[in-house]
Design a binder for this molecule. Structure first.
Ligand SMILES: [Zn+2]
Length: 347
């Protein structure tokens, strides 16, 4: 199965195309009656093939970074402080009825020194395993018709093994595992994926990034059927589109339309196969431009995932394809080098 892309952060005005896969989070899309109503409007408009409800770990990560008070009280979200519990996740999921939910997790803050990385992991391991277990128990009781994904919070191979062992020791049930993309690199991503394949995990979701190097890695695992399902999500389509930025169809690099209008209109849009590029012009109002760019950005992200998948039959072929299109800053060579480790699994 090809690499699946979920589009995050939709709004009633900026939606991905009909039938796309959506990712929304519990805080912004399900925590109050008005947010639930807005999400229902988005669902009505997009008619998503698959709806994922993220647990809001990112909001928790930001709240902690700002030293805000964090609570995990099942009795709802307080306005003055951050509050989220496994009970909330299930309660909100039942209101939105997504196809897939994520267990509540406490993301790791970025640390540089080895000792600090270990301390951060140690500090949060117990709560992460507890929340995964509680979410999983509630999921089995109330909404086992949905899929449950558990995010693995680890920044080293040793900690990853430890996290997975704890899940197994507590007999936590789930449908798939997600790998948060912050704080990892291509090498660690490939190592995590190889181990998850060996553990026979059916579904892996890379959370929070559609950068070219990671798309390349996931396409390769997907093409060689090392998992039943592989997916990732993108916010860039919207963040860049609403800021007037056009994603390059070959590598998703961003170009501000007002600065590169000649290059985009004369070159990039001419070779883009999406229907929205035909509507691009210097006469577009800011509102029109934002809508067109969001739509183009969505389609080129999906198209690129498909092209990478088609070219992932061998590492040589994938390397040629991606090195011709990626730029140095996108670190695609590192991704290809890391994929060299997969050879042993395929043989
Ligand atoms: Zn286009």
């Amino acid at each position: 199965m090809a690499l699946e892309i979920y589009f995050a952060a939709p709004s009633v005005t900026d939606c991905p195309h009909e039938g796309s896969k959506l990712l929304v989070n519990v805080i912004d899309y399900a925590s109050t009656e008005s947010r639930v109503n807005m999400t229902k409007k988005i669902i009505e408009k997009v008619k998503p093939r698959h709806l994922m409800l993220d647990c809001g770990g990112n909001s928790l990560h930001e709240a902690e970074a700002k030293s805000n008070e964090i609570w995990s009280d099942p009795k709802g979200i307080a306005q003055e402080r951050f509050n989220l519990s496994p009970e909330n996740i299930i309660e909100y999921s039942l209101k939105i009825q997504p196809d897939t939910i994520f267990s509540l997790d406490f993301p790791l803050q970025k640390r540089k020194a080895k000792k600090e990385i270990q301390n951060e992991f140690n500090r949060k391991l117990q709560i992460n395993i507890e929340w995964a277990q509680e979410t999983s128990n509630l999921w089995k009781r109330h909404c086992s018709h949905m899929n449950l994904i558990i995010p693995v919070q680890a920044q080293t191979m040793e900690n990853f093994e430890w996290f997975m062992e704890e899940l197994a020791a507590k007999n936590v049930k789930f449908t798939g595992i997600s790998i948060p993309s912050r704080n990892i690199d291509s090498d660690l991503l490939v190592r995590f994926l190889i181990r998850l394949h060996e553990m026979q995990i059916p579904w892996v979701h890379l959370l929070g990034s559609t950068r070219l190097s990671y798309m390349t890695i996931l396409s390769y695992f997907s093409k060689h059927k090392l998992f039943k399902k592989i997916s990732m999500d993108s916010r860039t389509w919207k963040v860049s589109g609403t800021k007037g930025k056009y994603l390059h169809p070959d590598n998703l690099n961003q170009f501000k339309f007002t600065d590169f209008s000649e290059y985009i209109l004369a070159r990039l849009s001419k070779k883009c196969s999406c229907p929205y590029c035909k509507k691009l012009s210097l006469d577009n109002s800011q509102y029109q431009l934002s809508r067109i760019l969001c739509s183009h950005n969505c389609l080129v992200t999906e198209n690129l995932a498909e092209k990478l998948y088609r070219n992932a039959t061998s590492l040589d072929k994938l390397e040629k394809y991606v090195l011709r299109r990626g730029t140095v800053g996108q670190r695609v060579k590192q991704a290809i080098d890391a994929l060299g480790m997969v050879g042993n699994v395929l043989n």
